[in-house]
Design a protein around this ligand. Structure first.
Ligand SMILES: O=C[C@H](O)COP(=O)(O)O
Length: 255
């Protein structure tokens, strides 16, 4: 059995004050959620507030990025030690916006994944093809190289602490969701690749989220697919009521 996890990714949104307001509204809405995991990815400046406001609740907090190094002359960067010190449990790595705008390669992302695991932070590793790659029928090749590259030297045991998020880049922030069948097809491919890499038992237990214009209207149908184990939600995670509908869609499903 694997866990359905619904994660929000606020991206570069919400001040610490706005984060506090979000949690004041969101916590009572999801307090009865038992089965689904709930994670909020918040910007660095809101992490301290997010951790404080969710202490003792069923909500976990993720950073949206980190440097692989522990400390040093890396102006503007944030290390795994700093995130651990704040009480952060998860870190989103390899998001397509990091790959696209900040030049993150599979090698860089792999260093971050290994560092996160070494520091007891759980990575949410994002993968997904661009529109031109889908149109060129290279979706599986792209996803395969992102998984093999991103998870290089990660052990089968460590995979218990890794979440994957399949996010077709053409569906992110565009309102264009992959159809449940399109998404399931890639998720099934990811599961078979994980079986090849880590064995059937590990592959069966890894949470593989879908991301890309998931919202309160389409989440239930997406998460109902056999290999879609929750979501990584951008825009719709900014609004407590909308995000709650998605969390509850995940909570209603057992995998
Ligand atoms: O990490 C989240 C994804 O980029 C999806 O964003 P979106 O839900 O706004 O399309």
């Amino acid at each position: 059995m694997r866990k359905v996890i619904v994660a929000g990714n606020w991206k570069m949104n919400k001040t610490a004050k706005e984060a506090g307001e979000f949690f004041a509204e969101f916590k009572p809405l999801v307090k009865d959620v038992k089965n689904a995991g709930i994670i909020i990815g918040a910007p660095f400046t809101a992490l301290e507030t997010a951790v404080r406001e969710t202490k003792g609740t069923n909500i976990k907090i993720a950073a949206e990025n980190m440097n692989a190094k522990e400390s040093g002359a890396y102006t503007g960067e944030v290390s795994p030690l700093m995130l651990k010190d704040l009480g952060v449990e998860y870190v989103i790595l390899g998001h397509s916006e990091r790959r696209e705008y900040y030049g993150e390669t599979n090698e860089i992302i792999n260093e971050k994944v290994k560092s996160a695991l070494a520091h007891d932070l759980k990575p949410i590793l994002c993968i997904g093809e661009k529109l031109e790659e889908r149109e060129a029928n290279t979706t599986e090749d792209v996803v395969k190289s992102q998984i093999i590259g991103g998870l290089k030297d990660v052990t089968a045991d460590q995979m218990a602490n890794v979440i994957l998020a399949y996010e077709p880049v053409w569906a992110i922030g565009t309102g264009k969701t992959a159809t449940p069948a399109q998404a399931q097809e890639v998720h099934a491919f990811i599961r078979s690749l994980l079986t090849d890499l880590f064995g059937a038992q590990v592959a069966e237990n890894v949470t593989v989220q879908y991301g890309g214009s998931m919202n309160d209207g389409n989440a239930a149908e997406l998460i109902a697919q056999k290999d879609i184990d929750g979501g990584l939600v951008g825009g719709a995670s900014l609004v407590p009521a909308k995000f709650t509908v998605i969390v509850k869609a995940g909570d209603a499903v057992t995998k």
